[in-house]
Design a protein around this ligand. Sequence first.
Ligand SMILES: C[S@@+](CC[C@H](N)C(=O)[O-])C[C@H]1O[C@@H](n2cnc3c(N)ncnc32)[C@H](O)[C@@H]1O
Length: 363
Amino acid sequence: MPERYGSWHTPRTRFRRWALDGTFERMLRAARARAAVTRKSGGRAGSEPHTFASMVDAAFGHPRLAAIYDPLDPDRSDLDAYLAMAKEFGARSVLDIGCGTGVFALLLAERGMTATGIDPARASVDVARGKPGAERVRWLDGDAGDLPPMQIDLVTMTGNVVQAIADPQAWRTTLRGAYEALRPGGRLVFETRDPAQRVWEEWAEWTRETTYRMTDIPGVGHVETWVELTDVSLPLVSFRGTHVFAADGDVLTSESTLRFRERPEIERDLHEHGFAVENVRDAPDRPGREFVFVARRGTAEPQSRGAAEPRSRREPSRWPGPAVLGHSASLSFGSTPVRRGPLMGRRLSAWLIREVATYRAAK
Ligand SMILES: C[S@@+](CC[C@H](N)C(=O)[O-])C[C@H]1O[C@@H](n2cnc3c(N)ncnc32)[C@H](O)[C@@H]1O
């Protein structure tokens, strides 16, 4: 840690300052991204491993993969239902959380609505920023915890964004951010796969052979892709996408984990964050497979502590002891001793991520 964060005899204060200004988080994101992405150079001698700073899946956060997101999945008829709902609710201003490459926000702006798109995958938002008409949309980098003050009519999360927000704390941050961005009476709309359909059993068929595609993308060349299911530990389901760029032999992989939430769980979370569930619809393009939640921001205070309450009142998670900053042989979390080695690494990084999120939220 650089000296400017204070003296070593106050390691906790120093760590807090370090965490607060985002340095630690950026380093952690970069390290996680490096772990998530492998790059094989196709035999080119001396090429460096590719790194990028993002906490999101490489499919969204890697510039080269973000650039081919739309050409690989050009059919966006799933967005028709969202456009219809924006019209049905008479929305004049819409915030699209997890906007990705901005397809939906651009459609809204084309129809005269005031559109804002936010996504933590900077590479995806950069793709959006480069599209025709992008100047009509307000683009933001980050998650719903990074939103400026707003009074929005409608918040959307399209393309199963909700399932990509697998971390419970990130999910609470999203609901809190959506609530704070909406005007009283404004609506939150999103879809999520119905776990009862057990779609992961269909995905068990996913192998290189069954999902292999070759796509010719203008300006990029041929790209081979395939997807493999890597883990089912319900409610989490993980898979790996592989992309091979014929132009230079690059192989980029992206690891993804989706959370499958039951309908009562989502209803409870919405309620705790100050929303009333207006109705749960079917997705017209995927009948019987998705829940489409339409929730309305109430005027009453949300119930959940640490959810929609003022950020400054939220408490940080427990500090595991100064050993984290030194070279001590053992470390304990409460009464739980933590072994050295990979386990300690995982627990430490989980704790550090929580600390950073808490201090950033309390800023
Ligand atoms: C499947 S893509 C959908 C993108 C876009 N909504 C669409 O319909 O094309 C999922 C998106 O969720 C974003 N995402 C992941 N975690 C997020 C979070 N905590 N908050 C907001 N967006 C997130 C990813 O960066 C990615 O762009």
